[in-house]
Design a protein around this ligand. Structure first.
Ligand code: ADP
Ligand code: NA
Length: 296
């Protein structure tokens, strides 16, 4: 079993020719509400990739909460640890411009009031093979969750996607087994622009690291000396949204199944490559049989 302690956001996406200037009102072409948030995305990716997954987090008591829960449940994720708190759910207000940059406002809502594992969360984490963490919840809450496996003498390995890239406190790094930044996050965390240098710097902080390089694949290193590069599966990318979340979810699945590092990278790269060939985030995450078929 894999537990994900993280964020759930409803993405409110408006598609426009050009984003409005301050004071301006424009008419958009299309609007979609898409369940997201890095935590929920990783949970859905791991469930589709074949694991039993428990999501631990919070939604508000507004109209978006039930939709977020339903999206997780539909993917087979256990939502018993998804609490309803008073106030709004987390939302990401996204304006997608024709051929231009997207602008995004994330309002944490319920994610912002999570203080740490609550209720049966610690028990669930302790029973897991892996605990997936990101940084869209308050840092103190993430640190408290990361410390559960060691305190409970559990075998759960702690896998951190350090996004958004913010400075990582020592108490968090001490509890992390594997860190999985993309190359931009790796550079921000280490001050090294070359991903190979960043990987080495990350291994001063945690025992294992994976740096994802988009279409250029991934780098892996461990303190016991292993270094690997896994090329990306060559595909025609149509939408790379949540490629990293798909990768992290699938990586956790392979590792909890006992795959060695090379095999786990291949599995996660295949899952991520499938996701970039389709539109959207959770909507694009592949099922186990699709990943297995690509690896045959
Ligand atoms: P993020 O989504 O966090 O920015 P990346 O862009 O590095 O992360 O993508 C994560 C992984 O997804 C990559 O390491 C790769 O395996 C896969 N991936 C991303 N973009 C592509 C692509 N264009 N073609 C094939 N695989 C891709
Ligand atoms: Na996609």
């Amino acid at each position: 079993m894999i537990s994900v302690f993280g964020s759930a956001n409803m993405d409110l996406v408006a598609y426009v020719a050009q984003a409005p200037k301050p004071g301006e009102t424009i008419t958009g072409r299309e609007f979609r509400t898409i369940p997201g948030g890095k935590g929920a995305n990783q949970a859905i990716a791991a469930a589709r990739a074949g694991a039993d997954v428990a999501f631990l987090g919070a939604v508000g008591d507004d109209a978006f909460g039930p939709g977020l829960r339903a999206a997780l449940a539909e993917a087979g994720v256990d939502t018993a640890g998804l609490r309803v708190v008073s106030g709004p759910s987390g939302v990401a207000h996204i304006v997608v411009q024709d051929g231009g940059d997207n602008s995004i406002i994330v309002v944490p809502g319920a994610n912002g009031v999570v203080t740490g594992p609550a209720g049966r969360d610690a028990e669930v984490i302790a029973r897991s093979g892996a605990l997936l963490l990101q940084l869209e919840l308050p840092m103190d809450a993430v640190v408290a969750a990361a410390q559960v496996p060691r305190a409970a003498m559990s075998r759960a390995e702690v896998i951190l996607t350090p996004a958004p890239a913010v400075p990582l406190p020592a108490e968090l790094l001490e509890a992390v087994d594997l860190i999985v930044p993309n190359e931009h996050e790796a550079a921000a965390l280490t001050g090294r622009d070359d991903p190979r240098d960043a990987l080495e710097a990350l291994l001063d902080l945690v025992p294992e690291a994976v740096v994802t390089l988009g279409a250029r694949g991934v780098l892996y290193g461990s303190r016991d000396g292993a270094r690997l590069h896994e090329a990306a599966v060559p595909v025609r990318a149509v939408d790379t949204t949540a490629a990293g979340d798909t990768f992290a979810g699938a990586l956790a699945v392979a590792r909890t199944e006992g795959a060695d590092p090379a095999r786990a990278l291949r599995f996660a790269s295949a899952a991520a490559a499938l996701s970039v060939q389709r539109e959207g985030a959770s909507t694009s995450m592949p099922h186990r049989h699709e990943i297995d078929r690509l690896l045959e």
